[in-house]
Write a protein that binds this ligand. Structure first.
Ligand SMILES: CN1c2c(nc(N)[nH]c2=O)NC[C@@H]1CNc1ccc(C(=O)N[C@@H](CCC(=O)N[C@@H](CCC(=O)N[C@@H](CCC(=O)O)C(=O)O)C(=O)O)C(=O)O)cc1
Ligand SMILES: N[C@@H](CCS)C(=O)O
Ligand SMILES: [Zn+2]
Length: 770
């Protein structure tokens, strides 16, 4: 019988209960017991929900207090040395995620590096391994504990574990270690998996899901033998069935690796790679494998086309037999919100086109109900409702806007270029901005305190009127500007207090977008985002940020940056329509932002930052697809940014990624200044400058903003010294890694004071030696 299955459920809870629990624990408002029991309640309700929805293979160990990769670091006993002195296991765990500073106990540890999880907006903690690394299974082991927890509730789950090859592929050499082939550690890691799988079997598990999304990447033949040998050992464990899950992309040439895996089932992402259906069926048939078909999109929120999905499943059933087919989401549902239940305010017409995680489970159950034959009345009605909804979406008058389409077709080459090259622009800009050497700035946001968030909640609930809210935000902005002046920063920002989020805020003001009330998705740790939804052609009915920019500039004589989110980031961090190429949507966004940039310039704003933190994240997983993406993505940024005079200084900002791969594209964006994350990745970014002589202004972040830890002046001065080895002094800016919205005020002021002190020191040093 065809099996309904799930690869992972969003862990934050229907109303972000996990976020609230974890943050209360960090603030010492609840103790560990309350945290643990709250978490157990969340897990129980998710397992129950999946059972009610009719899912047979329900995942466990998809829950995490911070990040699933961090969980594996603990599971395999490879916490870096510097955290081992922290006595309490939970505090040690969180310290790795977010750093810990407890002066009284002499504890001062930074967070481990965080990176984007493949091409998603989820961030994972990067495991650190040394060439002589040893691994031990933690006791108790989290996957076993959570399996037993579900079993006690009568649910036999399918534990989800990150596969050994992907785990090592994601890891990096520990600090101080020179590069080595992490795969060489596989032989030492596999015994830990053997023990874990054996323990899970003894606990009563029959299926285990090993996630190997590295199979979506360009791996090369070096990976073939390690995959084969690791999985040969794991499949020798009797009494357990293994499903290897690939997601986020096509398997491509790695199909040769997959075909040799001696496991019981494979999962393929047929949303990202629909063209691979025949290939995976063939491989499954030849190798006597069960096949899990990822036919419901785990990365987007549109209702599935049930007929198309059913046809794919029927194909597989015809070839493999119904006992060998599983129906699944394309990837874990971690990347879509919990459920549509709370959406009471969205346009009914659009709401009907959507499916969040819970609704996706129903879609899976419906597919299975149909392919099993003799569908119930409920299944038949679900199928018909799906057909009606998708048909209505196709024909809806809300989607197409001829004005936007004609503007898009009128885009010309000159709209991708500034008037003059950087060398002459920067002279004109400097004549008017008169900035010192090593100008100091910040990336945009300042602490989004509880008060700021509550103010917005009061506005939403009607407790405050618009005028009261605006006055509150104006006061916050004014205070923030004064603080920056007191600290001595050179180019100021308004602090972004009026924004709930850097993408959602724009989504709320653009046509072609709707936003949800409760469509939260985990971004990292306890932090969530509510991606707005692009359902149609995008345009800007009225200026979006000009009033705030004018207000802020009026409060200071220093340059105030206009602050916008770039088109690729708006695209990447929204749920995007799937009925036209992403390029077209990005360029529509770019045209809207271009108008905003021009309006800011007209309003007297002479420095405008267009953030593109997600440009690297959008890079396709396979390098053969890079050139096409990079071309349209760079053009989207250029389209948004080049419609201004030479005198207007365009900044951009990037974070959360390894940028070495796209350095040439960063140069092509031709921003006058880029502030770019750098501090957590051990200055790896700077090595790119050995290859490429970057020609425009650049501020590699001097400190990590994800941790409440205050970096010392010396620490940042050292970093700046390092940077000077790679970057010409007259191009170098001094700034943090990213915006400060997640920080508190006390640490923000201290850290920025140290940072400005560093800039002053280096200016003095340079003028002494001149
Ligand atoms: C820069 N980053 C961003 C990414 N993606 C985005 N879409 N946006 C980003 O900024 N990806 C990469 C990184 C990830 N980094 C972060 C950093 C910080 C957050 C974050 O702080 N998220 C907030 C939610 C932000 C938000 O939308 N706030 C709203 C609603 C706030 C709220 O929860 N209100 C409460 C009431 C008030 C209260 O009690 O606090 C409620 O409704 O119950 C707002 O400000 O109005 C978070 O809290 O997680 C995300 C990604
Ligand atoms: N301007 C934004 C960029 C974050 S990536 C901020 O400062 O929060
Ligand atoms: Zn950033």
């Amino acid at each position: 019988m065809v099996v309904s299955s799930n690869l992972g459920f969003p862990r934050i809870g229907a109303n972000r209960e996990l976020k609230k629990l974890v943050e209360s624990y960090w603030a010492s408002k609840i103790n560990a017991t309350a945290l643990l029991s709250g978490a157990a309640n969340i897990r129980a309700s998710h397992w129950e929900l999946q059972r009610e929805k009719g899912i047979s293979h329900i995942p466990s160990n998809d829950f995490s207090f911070y990040d699933q990769v961090l969980d594996h670091i603990v599971l395999f006993g490879i916490e870096p040395e510097k955290y081992r002195g922290i006595p309490n296991a939970l505090d040690r765990y969180f310290a790795m995620g977010r750093g810990l500073q407890r002066a009284a106990e002499g504890i001062d540890v930074p967070a481990m590096e965080m990176k984007k999880w493949f091409d998603t907006n989820y961030h994972f903690i990067v495991p650190e391994v040394s060439a002589d690394q040893t691994f031990t299974l933690s006791n108790p082991a989290k996957p076993v504990v959570e399996f037993l927890e579900a079993k006690e509730k009568g649910i036999i789950t399918r534990p989800v574990i990150l596969g050994p090859v992907t785990f090592l592929w994601l890891s990096k050499p520990a600090k101080g270690q020179s590069a080595f082939n992490q795969l060489s550690l596989l032989d030492k890691l596999v015994p830990v998996y053997e023990k874990l799988l054996g323990d899970l079997r003894d606990a009563g598990a029959s299926w285990i899901q090993l996630d190997e999304p590295a199979l979506s990447m360009d791996l090369g033949s070096d990976f073939s033998a390690p995959y084969a040998s690791a999985y040969a050992r794991l499949s020798a464990i009797s009494g357990i069935k293994i499903i290897v899950a690939n997601y986020f992309g096509r398997i491509g040439a790695n199909i040769d690796i997959v075909a040799k895996l001696p496991v019981q089932a494979i999962h393929a992402d047929l949303v990202r790679a629909p063209e691979e259906l025949d290939t995976v069926i063939e491989v499954a048939k030849k190798n006597n494998l069960q096949l899990s078909l990822g036919v419901v999109n785990g990365r987007n929120i549109w209702k599935v086309d049930l007929d198309a999905a059913i046809a794919k499943v029927q194909n597989a059933v015809a070839a493999l037999g119904s006992d060998n087919v599983l129906v699944a989401p394309s990837c874990s549902l971690l990347h879509t919100p919990h459920s549509l239940t709370a959406e009471t305010k969205m346009s009914k017409e659009i709401l009907e086109w959507l499916a969040f995680s819970s609704e996706k489970l129903s879609e899976i159950a419906t597919i299975v109900g149909v392919v099993r034959g003799s569908p119930s009345a409920e299944v038949t009605e679900a199928l018909e409702a799906n057909r009606r909804a998708n048909q209505k979406r196709k024909l809806s008058l809300l989607i197409h806007d001829p004005a936007v389409q004609s503007e898009l077709s009128a885009v010309s080459d000159s709209m991708f270029r500034r008037e003059s090259p950087f060398e002459s622009r920067i002279r004109k800009q400097q004549a008017h901005l008169k900035l010192p050497a090593f100008p100091t700035t910040t990336v945009g946001s300042f602490p989004q305190t509880k008060e700021v968030r509550l103010a917005r909640q009061k506005l939403k609930s009607g407790e405050w009127d618009e005028a009261t809210y605006t006055k509150f935000i104006q006061d916050e902005t004014t205070k923030c500007i004064k603080i920056q002046e007191d600290i001595g920063l050179d180019v100021l920002v308004h602090g972004e207090f009026e924004r709930n989020d850097m993408v959602e805020y724009f989504g709320e003001q653009l046509r072609g977008y709707v936003f949800s009330q409760n469509g939260w998705v985990q971004s990292y740790g306890s932090r969530c985002v509510k991606p707005p939804i692009i359902y149609g052609d995008v345009s800007r009915p009225t200026p979006m940020t000009v009033d705030w920019a004018k207000f802020s500039q009026s409060k200071t004589t220093k340059p105030m940056k206009g602050m916008l989110t770039g088109p690729v980031t708006c695209l990447q961090w929204s749920f995007v329509r799937d009925d036209q190429p992403r390029r077209d949507t990005a360029w529509q966004l770019a045209l809207a932002i271009r108008k905003e940039v021009q309006d800011l310039e007209k309003a007297g704003i002479s420095v405008i930052q267009i953030d593109e933190p997600a440009i690297r994240e959008g890079l396709p997983l396979r390098s053969t697809d890079w050139a096409e993406y990079l071309d349209w993505a760079a053009k989207a940024f250029l389209l948004s940014s080049t419609g201004v005079k030479d005198e207007t200084q365009i900044h951009t900002h990037m974070c959360y990624s390894d940028f070495n791969d796209i350095f040439e594209t960063i140069q092509k964006l031709d921003a006058d200044v880029i502030t770019i994350e750098n501090s957590k990745s051990d200055l790896k970014l700077l090595h790119a400058f050995e290859k490429y002589a970057y020609t425009n202004g650049i501020g590699p972040g001097l400190y990590d903003i994800h941790s409440p830890r205050v970096p010392s002046t010396e620490e940042m001065a050292d970093r700046l010294e390092q940077m000077l080895k790679y970057i010409k002094a007259d191009l170098l800016w001094v700034n943090p890694d990213c915006g400060l919205k997640t920080r508190g005020w006390p640490e923000t002021e201290k850290a920025l004071t140290h940072m400005v002190e560093v800039a002053k020191r280096v200016r003095n040093k340079i003028s002494e030696t001149a």
